[in-house]
Design a protein around this ligand. Structure first.
Ligand code: EPU
Length: 429
């Protein structure tokens, strides 16, 4: 299908640095909102229209899952029209779930709709161990019994008590979304989820579900209450801009920007990054939904100590990109990774470019160097790829980033946007 972008081969990028960024771009719709919202469309057979959807490899994987489950999905520019074209099929193939963990979130809705579902158990992941125990334990409280056989989760809906309380051991984004999406259609059941995630993408999912007729309270806080309803309806909804895409380009601007202007940025969603910029002395201005970053010599910026955390803390999904920036700031910085404690694949690659980063436990100690030098590199995951791209644009000489296609999972119209910022890269398969 022409409109689809999927990762089949692994390409490479050639970058000759150092370069300067100047220009203006608009941030796309949020990948991590689009994915759970698309999964939630399984809750109704009525038509759903979603606007501001980024055309990304992961979004197309979720569309493939919806089609396998019996939906008919079509693009109209950046909108998706989703209709039911057959009965809901709740037995899904291994392929798409293996490609993307977020696809596991269809398990609960499919089980509620059909009484039974079989979905592959997602495997390991290059950013660290990613179990689904919170999902399965929470679903169990909601009346869904699961057993794992031959790599698949077989789930059966039994009966849900009138009141359910799930207390998450960690505010997992995926588990919070999965449980909300399941509980909304449990008629006569009141579900309380405590210690839940508060990310803007959770709020977006809840607002979408409410527009379908769901009854939810407390989204955006650590306690969510859901009153299950009998039926959910069709709706039309526009998703929020991607705060991680915005943060990535903001960091890129802080490293090599003369002046870059980012439109469609919600300040409250990237507040933790702006707070770090403030401490570092980055020259930025946030006005309405536009973030402007003006270049300032890196020698004038200050090192910082940062910890990743769940929202409203600093997001793990910007940690590799920030590390690329900090590797060039005079003095000693540190980043402690509290969400995915081993998410440091990019460190060795940055060090191969001349960075001085040392990892101890879940903390990276970064001693700023005056320059990075181009090198052949290996990208391992989405955000690591973004970090290496930033580093390669500032490094002296030629960098080749191999296996770079991970980056298309999260950055829509990447080449077009880089070109608008006057950055030159060459891609080949
Ligand atoms: N965890 C468990 N058991 C579970 C679920 C999570 O132990 O059942 C642990 C994880 O191992 C991890 C922590 O809880 O240490 C947080 O994981 P979470 O469930 O919050 O992550 P996720 O839902 O799988 C989403 C994003 C990730 C982002 C994380 C953290 C989507 C589709 N993915 O993943 O995004 O890093 O939240 O904010 O929303 C990315 O976009 O590059 C990306 C990886």
């Amino acid at each position: 299908m022409e409109h689809r972008l999927e990762i089949e081969t692994m390409g490479k990028i050639k970058v000759v640095g150092p370069q300067k960024a100047y220009g203006e771009i608009t941030i796309s719709g949020s990948k991590n909102s689009a994915l759970p919202i698309l999964a939630a469309t399984l809750l109704t057979d009525e038509e759903i229209i979603l606007h501001n959807i980024p055309n990304l490899a992961d979004v197309n994987t979720m569309i493939e899952i919806l089609e396998n489950a019996g939906k008919k999905v079509s693009w109209e520019e950046s909108s998706l029209i989703i209709k039911a074209h057959s009965n809901i099929n709740s037995v899904l193939p291994y392929g798409p779930v293996r490609r993307m963990r977020a696809s596991f979130n269809v398990l609960g809705p499919l089980t509620i709709r059909n009484g039974y579902a079989k979905v592959a158990l997602p495997g390991g992941c290059s950013i660290g161990v990613r179990p689904v125990n919170f999902h399965l334990e929470g679903l169990k409280k909601l009346g869904i019994e699961s057993k794992i056989e031959h790599g698949f989760t077989h789930s059966k809906y039994t009966r849900t008590p009138e009141k359910v309380h799930v207390s998450l051991p960690f505010p997992s984004v995926g588990a919070t979304e999965h449980l909300i999406t399941t509980a909304v259609l449990l008629e006569n059941t009141e579900t309380i989820i405590t210690n839940c995630a508060q990310e803007p993408e959770i709020v977006d999912l809840c607002n979408f579900l409410i527009s379908m007729g769901a009854r939810i309270e407390g989204h955006g806080t650590s306690n969510i209450k859901i009153y299950g309803v009998e039926k959910l309806y069709g709706t039309e909804y526009k998703i929020i801009p991607d705060r991680i895409e915005a943060g990535t380009y903001a960091i890129l601007g802080a490293v090599l920007g003369e002046k870059i202007i980012l439109n469609n940025v919600i300040e409250d969603h990237i507040f933790s990054l702006l707070d770090i910029f403030e401490k570092m002395g980055v020259n930025y201005k946030m006005e309405k939904n536009t973030l402007t970053i003006e270049g300032i010599s890196r020698l004038e910026l200050s090192p910082v100590d940062v910890e990743t955390a769940t929202f409203p803390g600093f997001p793990t999904d910007l940690q590799p990109q920030l590390m690329a920036l900090l590797s060039l700031i005079p003095g000693r910085s540190s980043i402690t990774e509290n969400v995915f404690k081993t998410r440091f694949n990019h460190v060795d690659e940055l060090n191969r470019m001349g960075a001085k980063i040392f990892v101890e436990g879940n903390t990276a100690i970064i001693t700023g160097v005056t320059k990075l030098s181009g090198a052949p590199l290996e990208a391992t995951d989405l955000r690591a790829s973004a970090a290496l791209l930033i580093a390669s644009l500032i490094a002296d000489g030629e960098t080749i980033i191999n296996n770079v296609d991970h980056i298309f999972r999260g950055y829509e119209k990447l080449f077009e946007k880089l070109e608008k910022m006057n950055l030159k890269i060459e891609y080949s398969e």
